[in-house]
Design a protein around this ligand. Sequence first.
Ligand code: ADP
Ligand code: MG
Length: 321
Amino acid sequence: MPGEFELIGRYFERQARQAVLGVGDDAALVRVSADCDLAISTDMLLEGRHFLPGAEPRALGHKTLAVNLSDMAAMGARPRWATLAIALPSDDEAWLGAFTQGLFALADREGVELIGGDTTRGPLTLALTIFGEVARGKALLRSGARPGDDIWVSGELGGGALGLAYLQGRVSLAPDDAREACKRLDEPEARVALGERLIGIAHSAIDVSDGFAADLGHILERSKVGASVRYDALPRPAAFARVRRADLERRCVLAGGDDYELVFTAAREDRAQVAALGGELDLRLSCVGAIEPGSAGLRVLDLEGHPVECPAGFDHFRRGA
Ligand code: ADP
Ligand code: MG
């Protein structure tokens, strides 16, 4: 059975004729002026698929925008405008009040203006399109990784998946750990400032929405390179050390969706510059491995250099997803 990305490649991906960049990256790019490219991306959240039925509407408003901001961050673009297509089961005004409160709080903080959309009755569906600006020809692409590059990860991986496992009763957590993991799942923070600052430093970037290994895999595929990553170097919430479930931890850290951190590559010579940027933004940036020549794909290694099994990332048409 074809997966999500085979379906997109087979049926929707066509040669870009008027766009600078079409299907296949975190956002498309169109040239709108002599010095500016417009980055455009759409992401959709469906009840029962992307969030649990009855999810808190204010957090949902935040997340609807945050997942799109994350694609702007992955391009190094400054988010500016958004349109929102929404299907609602009923005219529940209390729900709408809370949802828009969450949406506009984040929009105002990030300087994004809602400029249009569409509203209809139907199963709860939230589809937002975001438009951002990036200096002409400077956007961060998935295709720019070079052999010898360091691989970096912002923040921590696996927190969103840990939150979901907790809500589904698959793991028990101490109250503080549960709060943190659920916050991570429900109200992710897109790394917009980091993305903008990586222009001119990073060679490639992607945001982690489907799982670290799968998303780094997109960089490898588009850049036609391989990579080796040190499993122990992957940053993760301290809660995992208390839970002590190696298998769950591996699945969350390597294949958990919903983290919305950035994975990017940069020249080894720029290591100090990247580290300094992390200090400036007060954001943990971890160097977790290196890009290698060839098409061997991703190797994740433990402390002894043995391969760590890599669970598949999220795919809407695979693994009974
Ligand atoms: P992301 O996780 O960064 O949002 P996706 O994995 O959802 O990206 O999509 C991969 C690529 O395929 C993106 O460039 C996206 O714009 C494109 N894409 C997905 N679905 C469609 C579609 N139905 N028509 C055209 N392009 C699509
Ligand atoms: Mg993305």
